[in-house]
Write a protein that binds this ligand. Structure first.
Ligand SMILES: [Zn+2]
Length: 313
């Protein structure tokens, strides 16, 4: 064997092997990497034991078709919440093991590698309020009351919600007028109890998956009775605990298809369980959780203390 010859060639052999392995790595990377652009949103989930978790999604819109994609992050970063409402470019891997409930079609789940903000068209209500020297900022809402299929209970009446959310001296609307020195006007109306086409369990225990599947039924159900033209926020009330044992809210509006066209809507999901959480009088006069979530839609975040998981801060 010509040892001298082999030794001089070894570095080339090593380099060759390294180049091949880099090439293979890049091939695998390129095949599984997805780049998607859309509007980033945060779904806050408040459990009945007052702990909080988050799910993230982006919405992409092509003509009158809207697609939602769930984003998975290894850990929660507070900065993510500030991205709510911004258009972002997401580089991600497909999650092959993520199975959406059967009721949800085309709901993709991605594992995020990087997320970059592209532009910000967020309606910043706190800035509007600060700039409102002549006219106060306002937010118009619609409260839609929903009975799960085959469940006839109506824990509170339509009038109760009209009073607690909009017209009582200590209503949700009065709270926001009070704390904003009349610079933020919260308005709205209530559409009475209507029966959903599915039972509670058929909507699944998930956060975003429940949100997405129930929205598909609620809008067509109430659309004949509600003009969504000037609606900016939906308070969706259910006649029982939600399957997740929680209430939920989006941090920013999402495009929703209605008879009045595609509307950007902020969405709150609120269980009506009778006296207690989330809209009963024994649960902070029935307005604590709705007020907290409306605060997020104004661009307000949790206080540092006490930690977000310990209650309504
Ligand atoms: Zn919150």
């Amino acid at each position: 064997m010509d040892w001298k010859n082999l030794l001089t060639k070894t570095p080339y052999l090593v380099l060759f092997i390294v180049l091949i392995s880099i090439g293979i790595d890049q091939d695998i990377f390129a095949q599984s990497e997805i780049v998607i652009e859309g509007r980033f949103n945060v779904l806050e989930i408040i459990y009945e034991n007052k702990t909080i978790s988050y799910e993230y999604f982006i919405s992409t819109q092509e003509e009158d078709k809207i697609k939602y994609t769930i984003l998975d992050f290894e850990k929660t970063v507070s900065y993510l919440h500030e991205l709510a409402g911004k258009y972002v470019r997401v580089t991600a891997h497909q999650k092959p093991d993520s199975l959406a409930p059967a009721s949800i079609s085309n709901l993709e789940k991605l594992e995020v590698i990087s997320i970059i903000p592209l532009k910000d068209d967020k309606k910043n209500l706190t800035e509007e309020i600060a700039a409102a020297e002549m006219a106060p900022a306002s937010l118009n809402s619609a409260t839609l009351l929903n009975k799960f299929f085959n469940d006839t209970t109506e824990p509170h009446t339509k009038t109760y919600f009209e009073n607690r959310f909009y017209s009582d001296p200590d209503s949700l609307a009065a709270y926001w007028a009070d704390v904003s020195y009349d610079q933020f006007i919260f308005t709205g109306s209530v559409n009475g109890w209507l029966e959903l086409p599915k039972t509670k369990s058929e909507y699944g225990v998930g956060g975003f998956s429940f949100h997405e599947s129930v929205m598909k039924d609620i809008i067509p159900l109430h659309d004949p009775f509600v003009d969504f033209t000037n609606v900016e926020l939906l308070l969706l009330v259910y006649n029982d605990h939600m399957p997740c044992g929680c209430a939920m809210a989006t941090f920013f509006s999402q495009p929703v298809l209605t008879e009045e066209g595609v509307k950007d809507l902020l969405i709150l999901h609120l269980p009506d369980t009778g006296d207690g959480f989330a809209v009963g009088l024994l649960s902070q006069n029935g307005i604590g959780t709705p007020a907290h979530e409306v605060g997020h839609t104004l661009g307000l975040f949790h206080n540092a203390l006490p930690p977000p998981s310990t209650g309504f801060n």
